[in-house]
Design a protein around this ligand. Sequence first.
Ligand SMILES: O=C(O)CCC(=O)C(=O)O
Length: 180
Amino acid sequence: MSPNISPPDLAEQIKSDLRQPWLKSAKIFGGKSCSITSIGEYYWTWQAGKGGTYSRQQPDGSATIAIPQSLRSLAIAIATESADCPQYNPQIALINVYKGKQKLNLHQDIDERCDAPVISLSFNTSGIFTFDRNGKRERVQLDDRDVFIFGGTDRYMKHGYEGNLDPTSTRMNITIRQYC
Ligand SMILES: O=C(O)CCC(=O)C(=O)O
């Protein structure tokens, strides 16, 4: 874990930059699990049995949607100051929204073609994030504006989200990734 998103106004700015109707076109799915929206230079898709892949266009052939500058700058600052990665190039942002009891099963982020860190930003309500480190399962509470970095030996660790502490609330998590 690392620094909070600071100042709080920056988190508000990012949320406002993402509150755009055109973002709907980049929504991958929503349902029993959290809903996921993919923006950035590469569009991520996932299919049962096949896993995830990245492409340069959205599935209907339309252009991908750029990551807002507020989010890009924050990711670069975190990568430089907290992950020793000054050349970080934020190419993808996956925006997960967890409503009520929605969760995300344990998985590894293995679809990128380079080892650059994945930077996770949490917004709004608190919930339980779980991961396997050195063969041991750990659980931590992630709160509004928390930052979690998957980097170094933790880059490919298995992780998931067990759900919001308040089952009537909605949480947003953004993972910033570099593809290559
Ligand atoms: O919501 C979270 O904290 C985890 C998100 C996640 O695991 C992912 O997008 O790969």
